[in-house]
Design a protein around this ligand. Structure first.
Ligand code: ZN
Length: 243
């Protein structure tokens, strides 16, 4: 587990500590990748113990749909952003190369977990998540941006994420800082850099970015590197202060 560094309990999981067999070894949290359902259930239960509450994991669609959870353990509708302002609710976004992003608003206590990859970013997943968080403020509170913090979890880096030129340009049209190149000089995308800059533009003064690259770090799941594999997650708990 990697501490997300936010004011409430929030962390990113890695590969170790679970019960799944190869090629999902071992803390796979995704139900859609072919792993044994009972292994995934055990892994999710273990992560819920760390969270101190049953984690509501997103079922990602690679879009920008926002869903809300209002009670602990509630299964969210499919979407790529899940928000709550209910203390004791734990939210989870799973990924393996895409970014899990965790958001906290100290003004309202609301939290969000976001799954953001190339397609989500191109369609505005970060904007969508921030808008959902700000929607929970009163109009007066919404005039300011103080109190917003974010943590961007492990994802594929801008040197590893090679994409065709047209895909790079499509994402860079919305997020210029996503434009990158591989070590060999071919077109690539830097998703974490794009998310970090966009969060800054939207008024987040505290953005933590975990630099681990999923494709290069064998302690993390990487779909690009391994094909059939598991997924790790970013988890955030509403109302449980740690700092
Ligand atoms: Zn890399």
């Amino acid at each position: 587990m990697l501490d997300a560094g936010l004011p409430v309990r929030a962390f990113f999981t890695a590969r170790a500590g679970g019960t799944s067999a190869a090629p999902y070894e071992s803390l796979n949290l995704a139900t859609h990748v072919g792993d044994a359902p009972e292994a995934v259930a055990r892994n999710r239960a273990a992560v819920s113990v760390v969270a101190g509450a049953p984690v509501s994991f997103l079922t990602a669609e690679h879009g920008i749909r926002v869903v809300e959870v209002t009670r602990p353990g509630q299964q969210p509708e499919p979407g790529d952003v899940v928000v709550t302002r209910t203390p004791g609710v734990a939210l989870g976004a799973i990924a393996a190369d895409c970014m899990p992003i965790l958001l906290h608003d100290a003004v309202t206590g609301a939290v969000a977990a976001v799954h953001a990859g190339r397609e989500g970013l191109r369609r505005g997943a970060v904007d969508s998540a921030v808008a959902a968080l700000l929607d929970m403020r009163t109009p007066v509170q919404r005039r300011g941006r103080a109190g917003l913090s974010a943590s961007i979890g492990p994802a594929i880096c801008g040197r590893c994420y090679e994409v065709p030129l047209d895909l790079r340009d499509a994402v860079a049209a919305r997020h210029p800082t996503a434009r990158s190149a591989t070590r060999a000089g071919t077109p690539a995308l830097d998703l974490p850099r794009a998310a970090e800059s966009r969060l800054g533009e939207l008024g987040f003064t505290a953005v933590i970015r975990h630099r681990a690259c999923t494709a290069e770090d064998p302690t993390l799941f990487s779909h690009r590197r391994d094909g059939v594999t598991g997924r790790h997650a970013g988890v955030i708990v509403c109302g449980v202060s740690v700092r």
